[in-house]
Design a protein around this ligand. Structure first.
Ligand SMILES: *Cc1c(COP(=O)(O)O)cnc(C)c1O
Length: 395
């Protein structure tokens, strides 16, 4: 087969990591549902464990179905390799465990995905890791927070659910000047819209539960390294700590990945149209979507992304009750957390996904009580707008 990595992204989503099965010719990579792999003889077994023979040994250490998905995502993000993980949080933990330790310091975006922040504040602190959370939308805040012991700068852009952007190239410069690595959680943008490694990041991770799988039926994660040096360190921790993927799970995600380009394109077009509609709606106080000209970082979006994405937040006029009436009034959008699926989901972060944050931290991060998050799917946009209109009419 020709070298897909040199082709356009739309072709890569479909073909990356896929080749007819050498044993049977199966066009879809088979699900190698096996925990262990037989060796021909003692020498082959020894060669596999010494690394001279790259063949498979045991599924926690590698599996052909998972390897096909890892190859695909590494290619889409422009990395040297990837490690599939049981969940997005397993991927986050592998990154923290690999690069942080006693006395290490990390600087992260303040409105980080809830558990990604909580485990630093409640678990990693027990092992002597210190974390500082700043609004990385202004890189000067990051520069001020850097210390001699800073090992990791960890950012999310767009941030959840504030939709604030962080200048990835500027953060890479600050991190590297301070001798730290830059890690980007790219879940919200997906590789269709943003490639952090090309902007200077060292490691990228995803909750594949979201856009990469795209069908709200699997939880999964992945870590992608730009260089072999970090990949080797990450792999050692990941395989031993054990948050690796199951082959059936990997097969489902790889199946979803093939339509990633089509889904993100459609969902993003829907999101832009809905955001424009709500911006003009009498019952809506504000809309925050990087694809709108009114977003304060619209220019940065154009510089580092290929569109504003498929998730945005808005505030309904009135109090928390008004927001609750909207959420209870929708019929097509589903009241559920998560995002990046083909179906549209709506949620209230202050009482749901970000309820574990302390109120002052939550408010400092811009997650106000009136904020409603809409994760736009691939339905017909007119049906989505009609649904929100009828729900807003009841507010
Ligand atoms: C969902 C999510 C995670 C965690 O992923 P799980 O698959 O739920 O473990 C991490 N980061 C972001 C930005 C997410 O949206």
């Amino acid at each position: 087969m020709s070298d897909v990595s040199r082709m356009r992204p739309d072709t890569q989503y479909i073909h990356a990591g896929s080749r007819p099965d050498p044993a049977t010719g199966a066009v879809s990579v088979p699900i190698y549902q096996s925990s262990t792999f037989a060796f021909r003889d003692a020498d082959e077994g020894a060669a596999r464990f010494s690394g001279k023979d790259k063949g498979f040994k045991y599924t926690r250490l590698g599996n052909p179905t998972t390897a096909a998905l890892e190859e695909a995502v590494a290619q889409l993000e422009g990395g040297c390799g990837a490690l599939g993980a049981a969940t997005g949080m397993a991927a986050v933990n592998t990154v923290y465990l690999t690069f942080l330790g006693q006395g290490a310091h990390l600087v992260a975006t303040d409105s980080l995905y809830g558990p990604s922040r909580t485990i630093l504040e409640t678990e990693y602190v027990r092992f002597g890791v210190d974390a500082t959370f700043v609004d990385t939308a202004d890189p000067a805040n990051l520069a001020r927070a850097m210390r001699r012991e800073t090992k990791l700068v960890y950012i999310e852009s767009p941030a959840n659910p504030t939709l604030k952007l962080t200048d990835i190239a500027a953060c890479a410069e600050i991190a590297h000047r301070g001798g730290a690595l830059l890690v980007v959680d790219n879940t919200f943008a997906s590789p269709v819209l943003q490639n952090p490694l090309a902007l200077g990041a060292d490691v990228v991770l995803h909750s594949m539960t979201k856009f990469l799988n795209g069908h709200s039926d699997v939880v999964a994660g992945i870590v992608v390294a730009k260089r072999e040096e970090e990949l080797v360190r990450l792999r050692k921790v990941h395989q031993n700590v054990g948050g690796t993927m199951d082959p059936h799970q990997a097969w489902l995600v790889h199946r979803g990945l093939k339509t990633l380009g089509l889904r993100v394109e459609r969902a993003q077009a829907n999101a832009l149209a809905i955001a424009r509609h709500l911006e003009d709606h009498a019952k809506v106080d504000w809309v925050r979507y990087p694809g709108l000209e009114s977003h304060p970082q619209h220019a940065l979006m154009k510089r580092q992304m290929r569109g504003g994405g498929a998730v945005f937040s808005f505030g309904v006029k009135g109090d928390l009750e008004a927001g609750k009436r909207l959420i209870n009034g929708v019929r097509l959008a589903t009241l559920a957390v998560s995002l990046g699926g083909i179906e549209t989901l709506i949620e209230h972060p202050a009482s749901m996904t970000h309820a574990s944050m302390k109120r002052p931290d939550r408010e400092a991060a811009g997650i106000t009580d009136d904020l409603v998050r809409l994760a736009v799917g691939c339905e017909h946009v007119d049906d989505l707008i009609a649904d929100l209109d009828q729900a807003l009419a009841k507010v």
